[in-house]
Every structure is written in structure tokens, then in C-alpha cells.
Ligand binder design. Structure first.
Ligand code: NAD
Length: 279
């Protein structure tokens, strides 16, 4: 089989959480551009409708569901709605996440008083674990159930689940809020656990670990303050934060049969950040 043919996903369907902005929106665009039918979900109803209307206006097959990934029954309902609309679920991106609160040092290297383990607001710990880790579990749980049912009912069966973790799940970044590290490391190991369990159903589960992308995460600081972004760019071996279009080929690779022999993997896309500072 030719290499490019293995990237074909036309006629399949994909559900994306956190699809109103940033990396999740790029995933949804990729799926639509490649001919899949897409459900965009997000807690932000306004952004969701804006982006879905734009994509529908460009002729793509999209629908929406307002979804808070901390709502387990809501995840089940969003996936059920997707299956009812499109006849099954082939691809799911468990992507919704956030990084709230300070790290223990500021980008200029100074100590952040309320970013220390004993001063950090525990409510932010709870929220980070609930959205980044448990939200990913809620999403992948609902997707796995639908994909298994698809195979059992005589459909094509199988599927591809992709979780957005972070390079902070692999390395430590002092400017990143403390709970974000264990939450994303948890996502990576959850992906491995589910990959092993679901392999016999031909459901593949992989993780993307992005480094710094320009999105609305953390309030969108990288978009708002060019000086701060420039300083941050200087810490990245490849020279600058990524734009979300740079995520698209990797999303298509993992969603499609191009990655048919890959499960339980973590794909790092970080501009070389994990290698250490540029020299
Ligand atoms: P973003 O803020 O641009 O997009 C995140 C989206 O998730 C938003 O539309 C937001 O409304 C939605 N969301 C937040 N909480 C939600 C909830 N409880 N339920 C449903 N939707 C919710 O940020 P992004 O950078 O595109 O983040 C996407 C994913 O990428 C996150 O998991 C994030 O941790 C991860 N990530 C981002 C970077 C980066 O540098 N941007 C790096 C590593 C990992």
C-alpha cells in the first residue's frame, strides 16, 4: 500500500474535545480537511458555534456539542450523539485541558510567592486533575465504549484515540503550574494502560506531547505580549513557539491508518525543548 493512501480518513468520523480553540481546533480542522465528519465539543459554547459555523461555511461536515469534560455523563452523551449522527465513532481526540496558576518561578527566574507547594491554591490542584486527567479519562472511556460497540455490531470496528498530554508530562518546567506535571504524566500512563487493554479490539491509543504552541492556554499570554513571547522563543532550540497548523500532520498521522502499527506511544512535538536550552 502506498504511503499517502494510508493517511486517508474520508468517510470516517471524529470527535474532538476542547475544539473551540488552539490545538483542539487544529485537530478538528485537520479531520474536516481530510474528509471526516467531525463533532466539535467544548465548554465554551460561543467559541464552539463560531468555529463550527466557519467550518460549515467552508463546506465541511461538522456538528457541535457543548461539553465540560469533567461531566462524565456529559461525555457519554456527547459520544452517543456523535454515533447517532454519524453512525459510529472512528477517531477521538481527548484534548481539553488547561494550565492555570503560577509555576514556582517566573519566566525571569524570580521566585513566585504563591507558586510554591505550600502556598499554591489547592483548588487549582483539584481543577487541574479534574480537567486534565479525569477529563481525559472520561472522554477516552466514552470513546472506547462506542468503538467497541461499533465493532460488536458488525461495523468496521477498531478506532484511534489520541490524548493531548504535554512535554510537561515528561520533563519539569518550573514556570508551569505544579499540578499540570502529574496531571499530564498521568495522561501518558493512562494512554499506555488503555492501549494495552484495547489492542485486541483494534482500538489504538496514543498521546501527543506538545511543547510550547501559541494558543489561548494560560489566558493566551503568547498572543497578547510579543515581548514575553520573544523571550520565551529564545529558550526553544528551534527558535520559536509553534503555530497550531504545525500540529496538523501529526494529528492526521495518528488518526489514520498511517500509524496502524502504533499504540501506547507518546509523540513529542516540542521544538527541541526536552533537549535543553539552545546553545
Ligand atoms: P486553548 O486554551 O487554546 O484551548 C483549550 C480549549 O479547551 C478551550 O477551547 C477551552 O474552552 C477548552 N476547555 C477548557 N476546559 C474545558 C473543559 N472542562 N471541558 C471542555 N473543554 C474545556 O489551549 P491549547 O493550548 O489549545 O490546549 C489544548 C491542549 O493542549 C490542552 O490539553 C493543553 O494542556 C495541551 N497543551 C498545550 C500546550 C501549548 O503550549 N499550547 C503545550 C502542551 C500541552
Amino acid at each position: 500500500m502506498k504511503a499517502l493512501d494510508q493517511f486517508a480518513i474520508a468517510g470516517r468520523s471524529a470527535l474532538v474535545t476542547g475544539a473551540a480553540s488552539g490545538i483542539g481546533l487544529a485537530y478538528a480542522e485537520t479531520m474536516a480537511e481530510a474528509g471526516a465528519s467531525v463533532t466539535l465539543t467544548d465548554i465554551d459554547a460561543t467559541g464552539l458555534e463560531r468555529e463550527a459555523a466557519r467550518l460549515a461555511g467552508e463546506g465541511y461536515a461538522v456538528r457541535t456539542a457543548v461539553l465540560d469534560v469533567t461531566d462524565r455523563a456529559g461525555c457519554d452523551a456527547a459520544v452517543a450523539g456523535h454515533v447517532a449522527a454519524y453512525g459510529g465513532l472512528d477517531i477521538c481526540f481527548a484534548n481539553a485541558g488547561l494550565g492555570e496558576g503560577p509555576g514556582f518561578v517566573a519566566p525571569d527566574g524570580s521566585r513566585v510567592e504563591d507558586g510554591q507547594v505550600d502556598t499554591y491554591d489547592p483548588a487549582l490542584w483539584d481543577r487541574s486533575i479534574a480537567i486534565n486527567l479525569t477529563g481525559s479519562y472520561n472522554t477516552m472511556r466514552a470513546a472506547a465504549r462506542a468503538m467497541k460497540a461499533g465493532g460488536a455490531s458488525g461495523g468496521r470496528g477498531g478506532g484511534s484515540i489520541i490524548a493531548t498530554a504535554s512535554n510537561a508530562g515528561l520533563i519539569l518546567e518550573p514556570i508551569v503550574p505544579m499540578p499540570y506535571h502529574p496531571a499530564k504524566a498521568g495522561v501518558l500512563h493512562l494512554v499506555r494502560a488503555l492501549a494495552l487493554e484495547l489492542a485486541r479490539f483494534r482500538i489504538r491509543v496514543n498521546a501527543i506531547a506538545p511543547g510550547p504552541f501559541v494558543t489561548n492556554i494560560g489566558g493566551g499570554w503568547a498572543k497578547q505580549d510579543p515581548a514575553v513571547k520573544q523571550a520565551f522563543d529564545a529558550t526553544i532550540p528551534l527558535g520559536a513557539m509553534a503555530e497550531t497548523y504545525q500540529m496538523k500532520p501529526l494529528a492526521l498521522y495518528l488518526a489514520s491508518d498511517a500509524s496502524s502499527f502504533m499504540t501506547g506511544s507518546t509523540l513529542l512535538i516540542d521544538g527541541g525543548v526536552a533537549l535543553g536550552p539552545p546553545r
